[in-house]
Every structure is written in structure tokens, then in C-alpha cells.
Design a protein around this ligand. Structure first.
Ligand code: GCO
Length: 255
């Protein structure tokens, strides 16, 4: 098997929400595979820390600070990339938030906030990237789903609905943009050790549930998702589109 299938040298990858957590792990993995990565977030300090970390590893990194939920901010960010001659070959729609509350107590503003960030933003950023990918006849879009793209857990309804939408948005992107040379796929992470999940990791009952419910009997580590991201960003997946690949220790496959 030619390893050049997975080589991202000469490719530029934009990863939204990549100053920490899964996004930073995706950015680091893509850069280690040869891509020039564009880190994104809204906190300049966090972005600079992340950029320094990757540059310290000798990885090609730049920053594009914009709010994925603000359409004008997204449009301006892509126009700035255009003006600097930077083309996005790979987009990872990773930005997302979690908000845990039973629906009977959930305020509509929080519902909208989660869906705006976790689902609508993927459409907005995806559309801007795809317009440019279509001009070049190629591009890779990788949306970040979740186990909740398939199964619901109580108290995370807006997140679940958004991630279910991510699965179907991925298929919609594949349906419309395949003939333009664009592949759209998704990654479904399992229960990963991240800041977003800190409260769950530190909850002994929840920790026990994750370990008993996961065939591999452990939480995942963000860096364990990098290989799936590299695969979907590379030529190795050139005839794969509309799929969601679960990296979850086997959890989604068992009762
Ligand atoms: C939760 C968690 C999950 C995980 C992940 C699982 O509250 O259940 O935050 O949503 O983060 O999405 O795939």
C-alpha cells in the first residue's frame, strides 16, 4: 500500500474550533501528515497558544479567528484567505458546544445557541468552503458528529439533534457536491477525554457507565481520532462520500 495515499503535503486544512480539544488534535494530526493547517477559534490567546504548540513541533500553522455562528464573520474570513492566496482543500467542521439540561427546563435561547454552533455553522462554513472547492474541482469536507448522531442520551437534546443533523447534512453535502469533486464525510467520536467532558470524566458513576458500555472499556483520547481525519482528508478516501465513521471503542455497535 502506497503511503503517499495518506500524504497531505501541499494541502491546506481549515479546522474550526481548533484551539483546544478534538479540534486541536485534528489540526495536529493533519499537519503531521503534511498539511498546512489553519487554526480557528474566537479566543485570540487560546489560538496563539495552540499555534505556538504546533509551530514548536515544526508544523505549518496559521490562524484565522472568526465566529462560526456569524455568517458575515465567516464570509469575511474566507475573503481574507482569498486575498492572501490561501485555498482551503480540507475543511473540518469541528466547532461545537455542549449544554446539558433536561428539555422541560431548557430555554429556547439555549436550544438555538447549540444548534447554531453545532449544526448551522457547519452549513455556513461548509458553503463558503465548497464555493471555492467547486471552482477547483476538488475538496474534502469532514464534519464532526457524535454517538448522539445515532442515539439519544437524556439531558443533551439540542446537542443530540444538532449531531443527528450533522449526519444528514453530511449526506446532503455528498448528494449536491459530489459532481463538483467534493467528498463530504463525518467522524463520530466516542466518549473522549476533553475539557467539554471534564464533568463526565470526573463523575465516578458516569465514568463507570462509559467503561462498562464501551467494548474497549475505556474513554478515547483526542489523538486517537487523528488517523480517521487524515484518511478522510487524503486521496485514500477519494471515492468515499456521505459516510460517518465512528471512532468510539466499539460503543455504537453493541447493546
Ligand atoms: C455527553 C457527551 C457526549 C460526548 C460525545 C459522544 O454529554 O453525553 O458530551 O455528547 O461528548 O458527543 O459521542
Amino acid at each position: 500500500m502506497s503511503v503517499t495515499l495518506f500524504d497531505l503535503t501541499g494541502k491546506t486544512a481549515l479546522v474550526t474550533g481548533s484551539s483546544r480539544g478534538l479540534g486541536l488534535a485534528f489540526a495536529k494530526g493533519l499537519a503531521q501528515a503534511g498539511a498546512s493547517v489553519i487554526l480557528n477559534g474566537t479566543n485570540d490567546e487560546n489560538l496563539e497558544v495552540a499555534r505556538a504548540q504546533l509551530r514548536g513541533l515544526g508544523l505549518s500553522t496559521r490562524v484565522s479567528a472568526f465566529d462560526v455562528t456569524n455568517e458575515q464573520s465567516v464570509i469575511c474570513a474566507f475573503q481574507e484567505l482569498d486575498a492572501n492566496g490561501i485555498t482551503v482543500d480540507v475543511l473540518v467542521n469541528n466547532a461545537g458546544i455542549q449544554f446539558r439540561k433536561p428539555m422541560l427546563e431548557l430555554e429556547t435561547k439555549d436550544w438555538h445557541r447549540v444548534l447554531d454552533t453545532n449544526l448551522t455553522a457547519a452549513f455556513i462554513v461548509g458553503r463558503e468552503a465548497a464555493k471555492r472547492m467547486a471552482e477547483r474541482g476538488h475538496g474534502k469536507i469532514i464534519n464532526i458528529g457524535s454517538l448522539t448522531s445515532e442515539l439519544a442520551r437524556a439531558t443533551v437534546a439540542p446537542y443530540t439533534v444538532a449531531k443527528g443533523g450533522i449526519k444528514m447534512l453530511t449526506k446532503a453535502m455528498a448528494a449536491e457536491w459530489g459532481e463538483l469533486g467534493i467528498q463530504a464525510n463525518a467522524i463520530g467520536p466516542g466518549y473522549m477525554v476533553t475539557d467539554m467532558n471534564e464533568a463526565l470524566v470526573n463523575d465516578p458513576k458516569f465514568d463507570e457507565w462509559v467503561k462498562s458500555r464501551t467494548p474497549m472499556r475505556r474513554w478515547g483520547r483526542p489523538e486517537e481520532l487523528a488517523g480517521t481525519c487524515i484518511y478522510l482528508a487524503s486521496e485514500a478516501s477519494n471515492y468515499v462520500s456521505g459516510q460517518i465513521i465512528y471512532a468510539d471503542g466499539g460503543m455504537i455497535s453493541v447493546l
